[in-house]
Design a protein around this ligand. Structure first.
Ligand SMILES: [Cu+2]
Length: 130
């Protein structure tokens, strides 16, 4: 007797799982349609070398799209400078490259983080992600 009840329960369980599996697969078909209509923007890899002199950057404004990957290299042309963006987790010294995935739209400031003299505070720029 106990065995029969257990078998019935098992059968009911299998039937329920089967039904829910069918429900899920039909939902997936519906969900795929709208996502195909809105392809993600960006996705390109952008390579930029920023040349630093006393006291400015050659690329004070860098523009990119959401979803892009930015490869940013710092090259010191004159003086000793750094390039840091806390928001993007970038901290470069001369000759270094950082690779950043730009997931969120926004304006990200960067600045020199090596005390380089009287124009140090002018060494700022921004990365604009649209
Ligand atoms: Cu500086």
């Amino acid at each position: 007797m106990k065995l029969t009840i257990a078998k019935l329960c098992l059968f009911a369980l299998i039937a329920l799982l089967g039904l829910s599996a069918c429900g899920k697969s039909s939902n997936n078909t519906n969900n795929n349609a709208p996502s195909n209509q809105t392809p993600a923007a960006g996705g390109a890899t952008k390579e930029i070398t920023v040349n630093a002199v006393d006291w400015s950057y050659s690329e004070p404004e860098i523009k990119a799209n959401v979803g892009d990957t930015l490869k940013i290299t710092l090259h010191n042309e004159k003086g000793v400078h750094g390039l840091q963006s806390e928001d993007l987790g970038v901290d470069l010294k001369d000759g270094e490259t950082a690779t950043v995935k730009l997931d969120k739209a926004g304006t990200y400031e960067f600045h020199c983080n090596i005390q380089c003299g009287q124009g140090h505070d002018n060494m700022v720029g921004q990365i604009i992600v649209q």
